[in-house]
Design a protein around this ligand. Sequence first.
Ligand SMILES: [Zn+2]
Length: 408
Amino acid sequence: MTRLPVANRELIRAINRSSVLNLVKTHGPLSRTGVARLSGLSPATVTDIVAELIGERLVYEKEPGDSTGGRRPILLAINHTARYAIGIKLMEQQIIAALTDLSATVLAGITQPLEDGQSLDRAVQALATAVETLVEQAGAERQKLVGVGVGLAGVVDSARGVCRYSPVFSWRNAPLRDLLQARIGIPVYLDNDVNTLTLAERLFGAGQGVDDFLVVTVGRGVGMGIVVHGQPYRGTRGGGGEFGHTVLDPNGPLCGCGKRGCLEAYVSDPAILRMAREALARGEIALAAQDLTAPRLVELACAGNQPLQSVFRQAGQMLGLGIANLIDVFSPRLIIITGEGVRAGDLLFRPMRESIHRHAFADLADDAAIVIQEWGDDAWARGAASLVLQEFFRSPIEGGVGIPQGLA
Ligand SMILES: [Zn+2]
């Protein structure tokens, strides 16, 4: 009998470890017998790997629950606080950072102001400071921190850790991942912010177990994340998903990107503010200066301001038109709508749903469930932390780094 080379044996052991850990994560609490049955590994191998995972405090034995008699099996569960991840959303004027456990539950968060016109070097410095401040404030042990995920708007080549284009910071081909990693000495992962939200939905949210779905974000801009066959679709060099800049009317209003009639120029917060100002200029509504914020316009519309209701109606109709086009192209099982803009609720989404059904081809819209996701301030940072958690749970067979050894 030939013996496998040491490197292969180590790889197989790492793959088995990952398989056991993921089964307990997905199906736990689970007995050792259950793990063996689901994984196809021998009971002896399972016992061995479980002992190692318990030794590293990644897995623990739960108190046996009530039973109808007979010997109760000991159940295994993930110890979610055995490791931590940090997620950061890098924005124009601030950094939002969150520390999460292994289930992406936010344990602590900070918001740090950022000056306008950041140079790459100063942004990296600010990110490093945010990591240190958060670790300190949360009282977390630094050696339990497995990585830092960073999400930002723009075109990001996640595999290379490079921001190819940031409209906010005017960066081109900025090697943000390597610069930050060198500064803090912890693995760093980088992606477009909407992709990080999509990942959080896939791993921990409404997208769990759904093979084909889209995430549409509305708020400061309009973005989209795409999951096809259970995997993110990013397009060539990370450029896919620019749903907000699909043109609905070439003679429409000017968009921030320089083109006319992009969806974003009808639906984003700045677009809704612009439409409100136009209604004000036409004398259709009376608004005070302090009313010209997106949350305040929602309040006024909800309180019965009809011209403002019609502004949201128009935005909702355009959003529905854009989504009907997406349904025709992808025929997804699920569309998750999220972002700061969901605060508008039915003002936006009732006309959106009508518009989807009016414009989608045949009965394709009936196949796509639409979920409006409640928005929390830490959602972006939690999404960025999911980049780290994905890597932590990824099997070496999928090209993941596996579970860092000896961190317990
Ligand atoms: Zn545009």
